[in-house]
Design a protein. Structure first.
Length: 212
């Protein structure tokens, strides 16, 4: 093999390839993040159970799978979808995400037959402004990063952006907490989940024939 064909390691890469500790540390962190999401799932289910008489049936479905991946924009992640309904016609999902080197986040994502009713319910804007959510302005409903091309502070949304949101076939709001606030993350996420449940109670009562 000539020199041009050789694949060389940088000094930093050489240091890491000879060091097993960082791999073990990563595995430990991912395990703790998985446990954290598991505990949140337990708390979320208790909240839904307490409020079930006020929630649409689809919001009470069992489940709560935690998915793991290594390559969301090149970085490891964990996702808890609960409650979650994914079908060709409709989506109603609360997604809690751990994204390595970025954040914990929680999002409400829905699409389908619920959208027309939602567009006719103006109180959602003031509700999410008051609670400090960000809103998706992207055309891609499966993006999770909080860059300006995807999520913006809902307090800063303008009329043109609002109209574009109404033209899409999905709606998505989210919150995040930085990883250096790890110890505060469970309380933050549980509180945000309660806010999402409150919104669902207000907007999509169980006896509403248009609810999911």
């Amino acid at each position: 093999m000539n020199d041009e064909a050789k694949i060389h390691l940088s000094p930093q890469e050489m240091e890491l390839v000879n060091n097993s500790e960082w791999i073990f540390t990563k595995q430990a962190i991912m395990h703790k993040a998985h446990l954290l999401l598991g505990e949140l799932h337990h708390e979320y289910r208790k909240i839904v159970e307490e409020e079930k008489q006020f929630l649409p049936d689809h919001f009470q479905k069992p489940g709560g799978k935690i998915s793991k991946g290594e390559n969301y924009l090149g970085l490891p992640f964990l996702i808890l979808d609960y409650p979650a309904v994914f079908s060709k016609e409709n989506i109603l999902a609360v997604r809690t995400m751990f994204w390595w080197a970025n954040f914990f986040s929680i999002s409400l994502h829905f699409s389908g037959k619920v959208l027309p009713k939602f567009r006719d319910t103006p109180q959602w804007l003031s509700f999410f402004k008051q609670k400090g959510f960000y809103i998706s302005v992207s055309e891609n409903e499966w993006q999770h990063e909080f860059g300006a091309s995807n999520f913006i502070d809902i307090k800063k949304i303008n009329e043109e952006q609002l109209q574009n949101i109404f033209k899409r076939n999905f709606f998505k709001v989210a919150k995040k907490i930085e990883l250096n606030q790890w110890n505060e993350a469970p309380e933050f996420l549980e509180k945000s989940f309660k806010e999402i449940v409150q919104f669902i109670k207000i907007s999509f009562p169980p006896n509403d024939e248009k609810a999911l």
